[in-house]
Design a protein around this ligand. Structure first.
Ligand code: MN
Length: 290
């Protein structure tokens, strides 16, 4: 097991997150290419998360809500509140813009935001947004399982993804020992979100990714009552991608084009209606000559 440390990062509204992926030592787990753990946090009403209009290309944003409510708006006209136990999945494809803000009067936030890199054949697909209010939930070995992506022991998540992936949220209903079923062809990472847990007898720390690698059929997870972890797996992503700012591209050209289009206010990204605040400004491109 490799331990991958997270780092603190600011997102809009003064919310601090623990950024786990990408990191210097681990860029991806399967197609999962970005992982922010937000909260658990409490705040006074009127503050909380507030991320103004910003673009994405080449990826899906995947929000798993644990506590609190967040309003999503996008340039396709979708306005969707996400509540605990639900997933928002936005497919950026060739381009979309969106905003995210804590609901009015909200005082809590606990969420995981992931990005999924789109494979080349889907990277220019039309943008789309899906909200999943009902995911497979079951109890097993003293633990509540919620399947957010892929399949697990005959359960199948409805989330529309483009490469072989898995995402399982685990909540200890009592002090429990869980035999996790893993797919040998997937690489895996496990992140303790709160509480106490161990894997194969090794103690985990909150916000430290336990990277389990490929080729395993099982892992023994101990989870204290009230503790929560997320398991992420996927087939190693065989394509070279670049991740810069809010863009995933299969080359610098694609990212530079998106950067110019966003700066120019091009129709490609559309407009988010109804959000009261300024759009995000992209930082300068890091490559001379682009
Ligand atoms: Mn976003």
């Amino acid at each position: 097991m490799d331990r991958i440390a997270s780092r603190r990062a600011e997102i809009g509204g003064g919310i601090t997150v623990d950024r786990v992926l990408p990191s210097r030592h681990r860029r991806m787990i399967g197609a999962w290419c970005f992982l922010d753990h937000a909260g658990p946090a409490v705040f006074t009403p009127g503050t909380g998360m507030r991320v103004g209009p910003h673009p994405h290309i080449g990826l899906q944003t995947f929000t798993w809500m644990i506590e609190g409510e967040v309003l999503h708006r996008d340039s396709l006209g979708n306005v969707q509140m996400i509540r605990p136990g639900q997933v928002n999945l936005m497919t950026a494809g060739r381009g979309i813009a969106h905003t995210e803000e804590s609901a009015q009067g909200e005082t809590a936030l606990h969420a995981v935001q992931l990005w999924i890199a789109l494979p080349a054949e889907a990277s220019e697909c039309p943008p789309a947004f899906d909200h999943y209010a009902d995911l497979p939930v079951w109890d097993e070995q003293g633990c509540r399982f919620t399947l957010v992506a892929g399949d697990y022991r005959g359960h199948v998540a409805p989330t529309r993804i483009h490469s072989p992936l898995q995402g399982v949220d685990l909540l200890g209903m009592r002090d429990s020992v869980v035999d996790l079923a893993l797919k040998p062809e997937f690489e895996y990472g496990l992140l303790l979100l709160e509480g106490e847990a161990g894997i194969d007898g090794e103690t985990l720390r909150v916000n430290e990714l336990a990277y389990l690698g490929l080729g395993r059929g099982a892992a023994a997870l101990t989870l204290r009552k009230g503790s929560r972890a997320i398991v992420l797996g996927g087939e190693p992503f065989g394509e070279q991608i670049l991740l810069w700012w809010n863009f995933v591209g299969h080359g610098k050209d694609a990212i530079a084009r998106a950067w110019r289009d966003w700066e120019a206010g091009a129709a490609r990204f559309g407009r988010v209606q109804g959000y009261d605040g300024p759009a995000l400004v992209a930082p300068p491109l890091p490559w001379p000559g682009y």
